[in-house]
Design a protein around this ligand. Structure first.
Ligand code: C5P
Length: 406
């Protein structure tokens, strides 16, 4: 259920017996990766406590249009803008009627007027109330305004009646809400990302490494997850946490990284080689600390495997994106690496711009094309790069499909 990852959901709860299921719904939405903020009407509190909803949603419950404290923190305008979707479950007949009339007499209905996000309702009421012409007219009016009506389901009701009017089960509602969002540009794709530096030990305390914070690779992992991909992040030693939902494989040396990549890469659709891999390692690793005086005599280097170039040699290779940090002649050097390592695309940046900090500016080269991305946060840049990579992969697949058809 990747489509709900990092989505911001306002869960409105109105007065109805089905409100007891709203706690389970909030929990399931969070399990699917969404952030949930609950808004309760006064009547909802007759059926389930704000404390329960706060505990399961992990956020303070919003219930008052005129709460000074809430307005100072996240007021009704911000909350309406914050939402990627407003889901009202259960939605009572009264709430639906008020939404049709565009009333703003409590926080929940006010939010529905403020927001530009899609609104979805999970009606829950007695079967006679659901069948009533007034309710049915309201349903049609809401649908005409673009509101999604999820359910209701049929079956036995709390009042003893049998018929239409039961709130859909939380698991069904989670699926319906996920379907409101478009699939990401890497939906279902398998991706490997290498990130961070490698450490090549020389003796008990010294090692060869490259300057790399891992931030760009980790931001790309997060953006790829958001775009619907399954991500394996093969990372050298860094001081940042892996994004949730990523499978992280921690490595130290280039040889470890090579092994972990090669054992997994053949089933992959995309390989992002972001790691600053050490080109050389020490021929021998002393178990003791080498004396300063003997250091240059002892130190002998040998080449590490070029991981991305090795992946490019595979018969069943994924789409391959390399990264190049350069101090000079950015375009010439990046294009040479694109060709020599047989990559599909290369993302190039000036060392002085992108190293260690939280921002980066890059130029991307592929086939005979290039695109520039101005300086911005690595998170934002990662999202834009992932979108572009997804688009180019789709275009390539389309061209290949056309060629195969000929
Ligand atoms: O040659 P250079 O290190 O500048 O090339 C950068 C690209 O090659 C990056 O994508 C980096 O992850 C990859 N690389 C690699 N294995 C190496 C050296 C670089 O995968 N041993």
């Amino acid at each position: 259920m990747k489509r709900l990852l990092n989505k911001q959901i306002v869960l409105g709860v109105t007065g109805g017996v089905a409100a007891y299921k709203s706690a389970d719904l909030a929990r399931r939405l969070r399990e699917a990766g969404a952030e949930v903020r609950v808004v309760m009407t006064e009547n909802a509190k007759q059926f389930i406590t704000p404390l329960t909803m706060q505990a399961v949603s992990g956020n303070p419950v919003h219930d008052d249009l005129f709460d000074l404290k809430a307005e100072a923190a996240m007021g009704h305008i911000e909350l309406g803008r914050w939402a990627d979707v407003i889901l009202i479950a259960p939605a009572s007949a009264d709430c639906m009627a008020r939404l049709v009339r565009g009333e703003a007499n409590d926080l929940l209905t006010t939010l529905c007027l403020v927001t530009h996000a899609p609104i979805a309702l999970a009606p829950a009421m007695n079967q006679s109330m659901w069948k009533h012409t007034a309710t049915q007219e309201n349903v049609q009016a809401l649908q005409a305004k673009g509101v999604s009506i999820l359910g209701p389901g049929e079956g036995s009701q709390a009042c003893g009646d049998i018929g239409l009017g039961r709130m859909l089960e939380p698991a069904e509602l989670v699926d319906h809400v996920a379907a409101l969002f478009k699939p990401g540009c890497l939906d279902g794709k398998k991706i490997i990302i290498t990130a961070g530096p490698t450490h090549e030990a020389i003796d008990a305390v010294r090692f060869i490494t490259n300057a790399s914070s891992g931030k760009m690779g980790y931001a790309l992992a997060e953006a790829a997850i958001e775009a619907g991909a399954e991500v394996i992040l093969i990372s050298g030693p860094v001081n940042i946490l892996a994004p949730t939902h990523v499978e992280k494989v921690a490595v130290i040396t280039a040889q470890d990284m090579f092994k972990e990549v090669m054992s997994r890469v053949e089933n992959c659709d995309l390989f992002l080689s972001v790691a600053a891999v050490s080109d050389y390692r020490s021929k021998t690793i002393a178990t003791h600390k080498i004396a300063k005086i003997a250091f240059t005599e002892v130190l002998e280097l040998e080449r590490n495997p070029d991981i991305v170039a090795s992946v490019a040699q595979l018969k069943n290779r994924p789409f391959i994106v390399g990264f190049a940090a350069e101090t000079d002649n950015l375009e010439v050097k990046a294009k040479a690496k694109l060709v020599n390592k047989k990559l599909d695309m290369i993302v190039a940046n000036e060392v002085s711009v992108g190293m260690r900090g939280d921002e980066n500016a890059v130029t991307v080269f592929w086939s005979d094309q290039q695109r520039e991305f101005l300086k911005k946060s690595k998170r934002k840049l990662a999202r834009e790069l992932i979108k572009m990579i997804g688009d180019v992969m789709t275009a390539n697949a389309f061209t290949k499909g056309e060629m195969d058809a000929k």
